[in-house]
Design a protein around this ligand. Structure first.
Ligand code: NAD
Ligand code: MG
Length: 406
C-alpha cells in the first residue's frame, strides 16, 4: 500500500478522522476531501455539542463513526440519524474521541483550545499521520508532544498557514524536524488583525463582533479574538519553536496586512524563501493531505498584478502586549506556556461574553502569569494541573475586573 499517495484508487482510500469537524478548519477539510473521493474516505467526524450540525455532516459524508464529546441529548441525536437512514455509529462523551482516532490513517486535529490536547496527543501516540491545526496542543505540551510523536513514528504536518508555509520553505524533502544549521531565521507573518492601526483608546471600546471580523480570514471566534490581540501570533511563535526545534531568538514576527505571504525562511547566505497564496485554509489542508504530492484545493489562484502591493511592518508590542507575553512564557519554560494559554482562553471567553473589555485580555493573562509559578511540564498530568490552576486564577481576575467596572 502506498501511504501518502492521494491517487491510489478505491482499494487504498486513506481513512480520515476529523476532530472538530463542525468548525472552520473541520469544514474546510471536508470540502477538500470531498474533491478527491477516490483518495479519501471519511472515517470519523467529531464535535463538542453542535449535534444538529454534526448530524448534517454525517448525512452528507457518511462516516463510520461520529462523536459528540460534550453533553448533549444522546437519544434525540441517535433517533434523528436512524430516521434519516444513516448508518453512522454515534458515540458520546470525551472518552469516545479515541474511538474516532482508532481506525483512521490520517487525523485532522482541529478542536479549538486546550480541549484538543488529549485527543491530539493520543493520535500522535498511536503513530498516525497527524494534521495539526490545534496549535494549543504544542503551546501547552510542546516537548512532551514532539517526543511522543517521534517515539511513535507519527508524521506531523502543520495546518496553521504560517507553519505550513515554513514547512514548505524548509529544505525540500526534509521532515518538520529538518537540520536547521543553515537556517538563520524563521519569519512568521501576521496580518495584524482588524485593529492593526487602531489607537489604544479606541481599542478599549471594541466589541466581540468587531474583534471577530478578521480582514482576510473567516475563522472560529476564539482564534479570531486571538488574531485581534495578536496572541494568535504569540501562540504561533511557541508552536514554531517546538514544531521546528528552533530557539525563540531565531523566530521573528513581521506584520503583513495582505496575508499573501504566509511565512518565510531566511538562510545563512541571505536567501529568503517565502510561500505565497490567497488566504484560504484549503491550501495548507490540501498540502498536508496530499503530502508529499500536490492536489487541487478549490482555492482561487493568486493574481499578483491584482494584489499589486505587499506591505510589511514591525509589530507594536505596546498596543498588542499579548505577543510579548507569549515570548516571556517561552523564555520561562516548563508549564508557563500552558498557564499563558489557559489564562488566554478564560480571558477571551470573558471578552466574548462582554464581561471584560478587549484591552483587559492582556492584563488578565499577565496577572495570572505573575501569580502562578511555572513548574515541570514533563507529563500530561502536570500540564493539565497547571492549566486547571491558571484557569481558576484567571476566572478570579475576571470577576475582579467586573467588580471594578461596576
Ligand atoms: P472553531 O471554533 O470553528 O471549531 C472548533 C471545533 O472544535 C468545533 O468542531 C467544535 O465542536 C469543537 N470543539 C470545541 N470545543 C470542544 C471541546 N471542549 N471538546 C471537543 N471538541 C470541541 O475553530 P477553528 O477556527 O476551526 O479552529 C480550530 C483549531 O485550528 C484551533 O486550535 C485554531 O487555533 C486552529 N487554526 C484555525 C485556523 C482557521 O482558519 N480557523 C487557522 C489556523 C489554525
Ligand atoms: Mg496561523
Amino acid at each position: 500500500m502506498m501511504h501518502g499517495h492521494p491517487r491510489t484508487g478505491a482499494a487504498t482510500k486513506r481513512k480520515l478522522a476529523i476532530l472538530g469537524a463542525t468548525g472552520s478548519v473541520g469544514r474546510n477539510t471536508l470540502d477538500v476531501a470531498a474533491r478527491h473521493p477516490d483518495a479519501y474516505a471519511i472515517h470519523s467526524l467529531t464535535a463538542n455539542t453542535s449535534a444538529d450540525e454534526l448530524i448534517e455532516l454525517c448525512l452528507v459524508h457518511q462516516p463510520v463513526v461520529a462523536v459528540l464529546s460534550g453533553s448533549v441529548d444522546e437519544g434525540a441525536a441517535r433517533r434523528r440519524l436512524k430516521e434519516e437512514g444513516c448508518l453512522t455509529e454515534l458515540l458520546c462523551g470525551s472518552a469516545a474521541l479515541s474511538s474516532a482516532v482508532e481506525g483512521a490513517d490520517v487525523v485532522m486535529a482541529a478542536i479549538v483550545g486546550a480541549a484538543g490536547l488529549a485527543p491530539t496527543l493520543s493520535a500522535a501516540r498511536a503513530g498516525k499521520q497527524v494534521l495539526l491545526a490545534n496549535k494549543e496542543a504544542l503551546v501547552m505540551a510542546g516537548p512532551l508532544f514532539m517526543g511522543e510523536a517521534r517515539k511513535a513514528g507519527a508524521v506531523l504536518l502543520p495546518i496553521d498557514s504560517e507553519h505550513n508555509a515554513v514547512f514548505q520553505c524548509l529544505p525540500a524533502g526534509r521532515s518538520a524536524r529538518a537540520d536547521l544549521s543553515e537556517v538563520r531565521r524563521i519569519l512568521l507573518t501576521a496580518s495584524g488583525g482588524p485593529f492593526r492601526t487602531m489607537r489604544l483608546e479606541a481599542l478599549e471600546k471594541v466589541t466581540p463582533d468587531e474583534a471577530c471580523a478578521h480582514p482576510n480570514w473567516v475563522m472560529g471566534r476564539k482564534i479570531s479574538v486571538d488574531s485581534a490581540t495578536m496572541m494568535n501570533k504569540g501562540l504561533e511563535v511557541i508552536e514554531a519553536r517546538w514544531l521546528f526545534d528552533v530557539e525563540p531568538s531565531r523566530i521573528e514576527v513581521v506584520i503583513h496586512p495582505e496575508s499573501i505571504i504566509h511565512s518565510l525562511v531566511e538562510y545563512i547566505d541571505g536567501s529568503v524563501i517565502a510561500q505565497l497564496g490567497n488566504p484560504d485554509m484549503r491550501v495548507p489542508i490540501a498540502h498536508a493531505l496530499a503530502y508529499p504530492r500536490r492536489m487541487a484545493s478549490g482555492a482561487s489562484f493568486l493574481d499578483l498584478a491584482k494584489v499589486a502591493q505587499l506591505n510589511f511592518a514591525a509589530p507594536d508590542l505596546a498596543r498588542f502586549p499579548c505577543l510579548g507575553l507569549a515570548y516571556a512564557a517561552l523564555a520561562a519554560g516548563g508549564t508557563a506556556p500552558a498557564i499563558l494559554n489557559a489564562a488566554n482562553e478564560v480571558a477571551v471567553e470573558a471578552f466574548l461574553r462582554k464581561r471584560i473589555g478587549f484591552t483587559e485580555i492582556g492584563p488578565v493573562i499577565e496577572h495570572v502569569m505573575g501569580r502562578i509559578a511555572a513548574g515541570e511540564a514533563t507529563t500530561l498530568e502536570e500540564i493539565l494541573e497547571a492549566d486547571h490552576v491558571a484557569r481558576a486564577c484567571a476566572m478570579d481576575r475576571v470577576e475582579h475586573c467586573e467588580e471594578r467596572a461596576a
